[in-house]
Design a protein around this ligand. Structure first.
Ligand code: ADP
Ligand code: F6P
Length: 324
């Protein structure tokens, strides 16, 4: 193997650049040339490649976003586009591909592998929603950004003795809501994985107030409801409260990656190159109990589901569960 390529796909996540940097540096360590593919699978089909050097990547370990840009390109589900991509890779004598993205992006990696082109996935998404792995690159940074914002909101909430509903990202997963909610000491965490009862949410907040809290926080995962609709419904049940809602939105995908995201991105980026050189393909990397783990794309995505940390969710419920 002499040449490999790397792309980022789907929603960007802090730490993607750290993973790209590790792929390039480990590739160079093994005497490979590493090409970057611009704009995810769209760039792959268009042959939008560039040779990456140390000076392109070394300082990017600390930056958010992705230096290769990312794209959503649904056309890549079509076989004709996948064959075009392989033609483009072959024209450049590229023999292996690292895909940094979510499970959708791994579907593209799998399609290429099935057509005979070796591809390996690295989980990069703030949502933490990929089966098998306990951790995806960007999740820790997104939680840190969300928590910083929630702490700031709680300052003003306290001054005005308000209830704030804060909507966080996560698509269909409640991971960001659980981690940010537990870390912020939220009165209630609302996630798609657990049904909620609005009377019970209002009860928790009232109990908190009567126990001495001067503000209340409800952390709402975007996969449940929009913050506007939730606040409307909440106000009907709690007319005595001064309630505000805020959606943190894309701010959660920005900023410098945390140390944890940089370290795991580096581990997985370097390992992906080693695995391609060993002739492995159709797999993705992950982290289980702080260690690197390898998953078969088909087996894992088809047979396993992502599970949220129910123990943390239940702990938060228990901490705010008191009689009025
Ligand atoms: P994520 O990778 O974050 O889950 P998406 O689900 O939007 O994000 O997928 C990102 C991109 O991966 C899509 O826009 C498309 O280019 C590609 N992709 C998704 N699913 C498949 C699939 N089943 N086969 C081939 N490519 C896919
Ligand atoms: O998958 C990452 C994510 O930020 C989700 O949390 C969110 O639902 C979605 O992407 C937003 O996508 P877009 O950037 O296309 O609005």
């Amino acid at each position: 193997m002499k040449r490999i390529a790397v792309l980022t796909s789907g929603g960007d996540a802090q730490g993607m650049n750290a993973a790209i940097r590790a792929v390039v540096e480990q590739g160079l360590h093994h005497g490979l040339e590493v090409y970057g593919v611009n704009d995810g699978y769209r760039g792959l089909v268009e042959g939008d490649f560039r040779l990456l050097t140390v000076s392109d990547v070394h300082h990017r370990i600390k930056t958010g976003g992705t230096l290769l840009h990312s794209a959503r390109f649904p056309e890549f589900k079509e076989r004709i586009q996948q064959e075009r991509a392989i033609d483009q890779l072959s024209k450049q004598n590229i023999e292996g591909l690292v895909v940094i993205g979510g499970d959708g992006s791994f579907g593209g990696a799998l399609a290429l592998t099935k057509l005979g082109f070796p591809a390996i996935g690295i989980p990069g998404t703030i949502d933490n929603d990929i089966p098998g792995t306990e951790y995806t690159i960007g999740f820790d940074s997104a939680v840190t950004v969300a928590l910083d914002a929630i702490d700031k909101i709680s300052d003003t909430a306290s001054s005005h003795e308000r209830t704030f509903v804060v909507e966080v990202m996560g698509r269909h997963a409640g991971d960001i809501a659980i981690w940010a909610g537990v870390a912020a000491g939220a009165d209630a965490i609302i996630i798609p994985e657990e049904p909620y009862d609005m009377d019970e949410v209002v009860h928790r907040v009232r109990v908190g107030r009567r126990s001495g809290k001067d503000y209340s926080l409800i952390i709402l995962a975007e996969g449940v409801d929009s913050v506007e609709d939730f606040v409307e419904k909440y106000k009907e049940k709690a007319p005595e409260q001064d309630v505000r809602g805020v959606a943190l939105s894309h701010i959660q995908r920005g900023g410098s990656p945390t140390a944890r995201d940089r370290v795991f991105a580096t581990l997985m980026g370097a390992k992906s190159v080693d695995l391609l050189m060993e002739g492995q393909q159709g797999i993705y990397l992950g982290i289980v109990q702080e260690q690197l783990a390898i998953f078969d794309i088909v087996e894992t995505l088809e047979k396993r589901e992502h599970r949220v940390r129910e123990d943390l969710f239940n702990l938060n419920q228990a901490l705010t569960d008191r009689e009025l």
